[in-house]
Design a protein around this ligand. Structure first.
Ligand code: BMA
Length: 313
């Protein structure tokens, strides 16, 4: 018997391509996602023709058909502190909605490496830089949309000379100063995510724990393959991992995931939990287009717990 796929791809994929963008870009991918005033919001990354990235915004009433704003949402800042570190572009935004504020953690690229910037918006019309919240080299920071005994928590992914790259968790009293970092998930040798892993979507609160949809990378003779996996973190202490699913939940399959700007890539920066127990997962296909699929939250949680592998093996 063939298992039914955990993620059902939307038949209208890809939901956004460069042809949907009212300004000149080469790609539309790796979008952070949230719901705001009943609308679905995607903050997506686009490559310009110089190879550097900016962030655009798209809105939707149903989570599938998106309308893109006429102007980009975030371009490299001209404010002194940020300008230096955004010189090479802004990438891969994640949205954390907490207490009426929508925080955006994004990768800021420059001649000094890649670090994480934090911006915020209340209305998804204007955006304000808050702070740079990591040194180089760091990417893929997702902030939990809750506090834990008054502290914020985030999943992060420092670069390291020593492979493989792991998912860490850090704490903060104010979203700006972060520390007390601990590694929480490590790739497993000769496994689909053996090369490196990184946080993906902003964690989703479920009755059993925080659902973490992450990406894992496997090296092949034909280059790296990016897939998505899931892990479950303790509700009260997200540094405690309750289970990491042994199997991936999504792999490149559709033509626009197999070939494009970078081939064999599905990469997520956002997912939206619905009231009916499903989650819409948004992912970039081959660093070129945006796609969406639906999964049952219970199925993903069950996979973490029933087909678990050690988190720090
Ligand atoms: C990662 C990041 C992502 C990208 C992925 C696949 O290292 O740069 O933005 O989607 O590679 O190219």
């Amino acid at each position: 018997m063939i298992d039914k796929p955990l993620v059902t791809r939307y038949e209208g994929n890809p939901i956004l391509t460069k042809h949907d963008i009212p300004y000149s870009v080469e790609t539309v991918h790796n979008a952070g996602a949230t719901k705001y005033n009943g609308q679905y919001i995607l903050l997506f990354r686009s490559h310009l023709r110089n190879g550097r990235s900016i962030i655009g915004i798209a809105r939707s009433d149903d989570g599938y058909k998106f309308q893109v704003d006429p102007k980009p949402f975030m371009v490299p800042s001209s404010e002194t502190e940020f300008a230096v570190h955004e010189e090479y572009g802004v990438e891969d935004p994640r949205i954390c909605s907490i207490a009426g504020e929508h925080y955006i953690s994004y990768s800021a690229y420059s001649r000094f490496g890649v670090r994480i910037g934090l911006a915020k918006t209340r209305d998804f019309r204007t955006v304000e830089r808050v702070s740079l919240i990591s040194q180089a080299d760091m990417r893929n920071v997702v902030i939990f949309p809750d506090t834990f005994n008054g502290r914020y928590a985030r999943l992060d992914r420092p670069h390291s000379e020593i492979n493989p790259w792991c998912i860490w968790l850090s704490w903060s009293p104010d979203l700006i100063h972060w520390g007390a970092s601990v590694p929480v998930i490590r790739p497993v040798p000769y496994h689909w995510d053996e090369m490196k892993i990184g946080p993906g979507a902003t964690p989703i609160k479920t009755a059993q724990g925080w659902l973490n949809i992450y990406h894992g990378v496997y090296p092949t003779m034909d280059g790296a393959v990016y897939r998505l996996g899931v892990a479950l973190h303790d509700l009260a202490d997200p540094a405690k991992v309750l289970g990491v699913a042994d199997e991936w939940i999504l792999a490149p399959e559709d033509q626009w995931e197999l070939t494009g700007y970078v081939h064999n890539v599905v990469f997520t920066c956002g997912a939206i939990a619905e009231d009916d127990g499903t989650v819409k997962i948004y992912w970039g296909g081959a660093d070129s287009v945006m796609c969406v699929g639906v999964a049952s939250i219970d199925d993903l949680v069950e996979l973490c717990l029933k087909k678990a592998r050690p988190s720090l093996l």
